[in-house]
Design a protein around this ligand. Structure first.
Ligand SMILES: [Zn+2]
Ligand SMILES: [Zn+2]
Length: 367
């Protein structure tokens, strides 16, 4: 099948929108027609060759939503017409991680996913006789893509795909993390009010936090965060000591701190901002490769928990429906963060806007 797709041929080049060939789904796979896909910061880690899991040329994109067109042999639970969100973190349901009940990670197909191929070791994409590789197992910047069944979450058909596509990454990561660790009446602090942090803010609001402190160096991020539930803003570029500012606002320390920047010294500020006794620090930001975080062990010994969260702790196939429901019920706000919509052909302009820090989220429409 022919499909328009945004292909990154090699680091340092812009994406090129081209017509690729998409092979039919193999055993355990489905062919999906993507309706819309968000542009996410993680896609840009491939632009300079910094992402070791990207094999070039690649069809990027990992924040999409669409409809199943065709299923391969041995696909058990999906049918043509089903609405789905592709998952970069699958849920096989049978591996040790899935059965543990202790993690949302499932690494059954991680080895092939991180080499840009399907579980059988081959790609479904070709361009002019040359192999083009998958990215994050999803490749949602193609009108037609192939995804393993265990990496497709079926969702209710009345949810608009052009909005719930953002549940494929940033919204679920932020809201899920907050729902896991914020309790009613808590004071939460969120370091970094970008795509993840703003969604931590609304997750904390949904969880019943009484006070939500946002910390950022860019005051322009304040209005959306306030709309999502932020009660106090700390301008990190203006205060002398961010940790002191958070401690003052929270009466000694936050119940939960979320780190969404990936900047290691900010992670340390998040650890130090937690209250003694029970404060929980949740690390969400992705650090530069090789970084290390240090803090005095007494921080943990006196009852603080320092933990991380991947995809909001949400098991994709069984857990994402809850977030779709929250959106359809009007509790979860996705649309206010979509500041730009564009056809796939304008995708480079969207990434340029992201690099300049303009707008919040861009969603491209396929088709
Ligand atoms: Zn992402
Ligand atoms: Zn599994």
């Amino acid at each position: 099948m022919r499909s328009h797709a945004a292909v990154l041929h090699r680091p340092g080049e812009p994406l090129r929108v081209e017509t690729i060939e998409v092979a039919p789904p193999a055993v355990g796979e489905a062919l999906v027609e993507i309706v819309a896909s968000g542009l996410c910061h993680t896609d840009t880690t491939t632009f300079d060759g910094d992402n070791p899991s990207c094999r070039y040329p690649a069809v990027l994109g990992h924040e999409g939503a669409g409809r199943v067109v065709e299923v391969g042999p041995e696909v058990a639970a999906l049918r043509p017409g089903d609405h789905v969100i592709p998952l970069y973190g699958p849920e096989c349901g049978t591996c040790g991680m899935c059965r543990s009940g202790r993690t949302n990670l499932c690494w059954t197909i991680k080895a092939t996913r991180d080499r840009g191929v399907m579980p059988d070791g081959t790609s479904r994409f070709r361009l002019g006789g040359e192999t083009v590789y998958h990215f994050m197992g999803t490749s949602t910047f193609s009108r037609y893509t192939v995804v393993p069944e265990i990496a497709l979450a079926r969702i209710r058909p009345d949810a608009p795909l052009e909005s719930v596509c953002l549940l494929g990454c940033g919204v679920t990561t932020g809201v899920g993390a907050a729902l896991d660790d914020v309790r009613e009446g808590d004071t939460a602090v969120v370091f970094g009010l970008g795509g993840i942090g703003t969604n931590v803010v609304q997750g904390a609001r949904i969880a019943g936090a009484k006070r939500i402190i946002g910390v950022d160096t860019v005051a322009a991020k304040r209005p959306l965060a306030e709309r999502f539930g932020m009660t106090d803003f700390v301008d990190a570029s203006a205060v002398e000591d961010v940790v002191d500012a958070v401690r003052d606002l929270s009466g000694g320390g936050a119940d939960v701190a979320f780190e969404c920047t990936g900047i290691v010294p900010v992670m340390r500020q998040a650890v130090d901002s937690c209250t003694v006794g029970w404060g929980t620090c949740v690390l969400l930001g992705v650090e530069p490769t090789g970084s290390e975080l240090s803090f005095p062990p007494v921080r943990a010994r006196y009852g603080r928990t320092i933990k991380g969260s991947y995809f909001g702790g949400v098991k994709g196939r069984s857990g994402i429906g809850r977030f779709v429901d929250l959106y359809v019920e009007g509790v979860l706000d996705i649309d206010s963060q979509i500041t730009h919509r564009a056809p796939l052909t304008d995708i480079n302009a969207g990434f340029d806007r992201m690099a300049r820090g303009e707008g919040v989220r861009t969603v491209v429409t396929l088709g």
